[in-house]
Design a protein around this ligand. Sequence first.
Ligand SMILES: [Zn+2]
Ligand SMILES: [Zn+2]
Length: 261
Amino acid sequence: MSRVQRLVSDTQERGVQSQKMCQKFIDRGYPKNIVQEAQLWVNYPKTSKKQSECIPFVTQYSDYSDSIVQVLRRHWYILKNAYPTVNEFKLPPLISYRQGKTIERITFLGMRTKGMFPCLNCVQCPYVHRGREFVRPNSDLKIHLRGYYTCVSKFAVYVLICPCGLIYVVETTQMIKLRISQQRSAINLGNMTLPVAKNFVEKGHTSSDQLRFMVLETIPPQKRGGDQELKLKKREVCWINKLNSLYPAGLNRDYDFFLFI
Ligand SMILES: [Zn+2]
Ligand SMILES: [Zn+2]
């Protein structure tokens, strides 16, 4: 019976052949329960030994974990076939997850950690207020970021941080780096219609290089046709309240109440 196991590589076919072999033994007068036990033993061999031969694949759990495990399992046969003599490659790896550690940025296989990071590929990168949390200047308020954000995040509520500590909360459906570019040129042009640029002029901040930005939240596409932009607007208002960024504590002037009528 273990010969069937060895010679027939296709799992489904192996099952059929193994069943036929059992029937042959029973037909020849072997006790049914012993034949069945032998079949079980062949199909599910000495687990403790086999398990110890598995290679442990230790990784940090993330949204991508299921896909990673599927890829590993699907392609494991490459290793198995390439190194038939290596026992450890005979069985798929044993997946184990470790608890999240303070690994910054992208870790193995693109698994992402939470926080705000430069995309490393744009001119706005130097102005990223990076980190896993936002501490509101002049307060004890600390916000833990719940996603992975960069200069290319879209549908984002973000905060602009003035060198004097005043903050301005705003949303965008575009990539955030485009908005930062516009905000910084408004500052450089001394545009008095935009609150942050106006503050730069009034406070005598010298350069738009002093501005920092951080994404607070991004809104994913809504299920069942929900309005992503409306949700974004609502979250902007929530953040303005939460961070107390309305004038005079912050640079926000008002919000669009009409959205809630
Ligand atoms: Zn960037
Ligand atoms: Zn300022």
